[in-house]
Ligand binder design. Structure first.
Ligand code: SF4
Length: 184
């Protein structure tokens, strides 16, 4: 892998389950090779929460479910040379997008007022300004910003993530073999 001093990668989980990040950690000892050759910028892996300078490759996990997700995704697009949707939630909305079939108000009422196990003495749906506003629909990342590459799977296998990162950090086009993209 090339990369080199100062080459940065960044990752984020929008509305996801961190399974795609777990798959990245599944590259096992290759993570040491990666850490020697690139610097991790913002990522749940190192808990750094800001992006400093330019980033070579940004990995996006999760669908876009609230206004904070939109902000984070736009910041990644501004600061990353290459942006990759990782996993089915980022690519299509995935599991979080199941709520798209039900009006948002009904989802909130079921969660906070009417659910069989709900105990909510205030009888109110939380609306503190500190809580990011939910979007009416969970969106795939490419409906908010331009996405350069897509790595399908729930999650994509570690070998797929590794091979993609090696290619992108070497400045090569991403042309993965069928074995790394098939799920049959
Ligand atoms: S694609 Fe699967 S593993 Fe990745 S965040 Fe979504 S549910 Fe989790």
């Amino acid at each position: 892998m090339s990369g080199g001093a100062g080459t940065r990668i960044a990752t984020t989980s929008l509305c996801g389950c961190f399974g795609c990040h777990m798959s990245l950690l599944d590259i096992d000892l290759r993570i040491l090779e990666l850490a020697e050759l690139v610097e991790f910028s913002r990522s749940p892996i190192n808990d750094i929460k800001t992006i400093e300078g330019r980033v070579a490759v940004g990995l996006i996990e999760g669908g876009v479910a609230d206004e904070e997700n939109v902000e984070v995704l736009r910041e990644f697009r501004r600061k990353c040379d290459v942006l990759v949707s990782v996993g089915d939630c980022a690519i299509s909305g995935g599991i979080p997008a199941l709520r798209n079939m039900i009006p948002l108000s009904e989802c909130l009422e079921e969660a906070y007022l009417n659910g069989p196990s709900t105990v909510n003495e205030s009888g109110e749906i939380p609306n503190d300004p500190e809580i990011p506003l939910l979007l009416n629909q969970v969106l795939p990342a490419h409906e908010v910003v331009k996405i350069d590459y897509y790595l399908p799977g729930c999650p994509p296998p570690a070998d797929t993530l590794w091979t993609a990162l090696v290619a992108l950090l070497s400045g090569k086009p991403l042309d993965l073999p069928y074995e790394l993209l098939k799920y049959d």
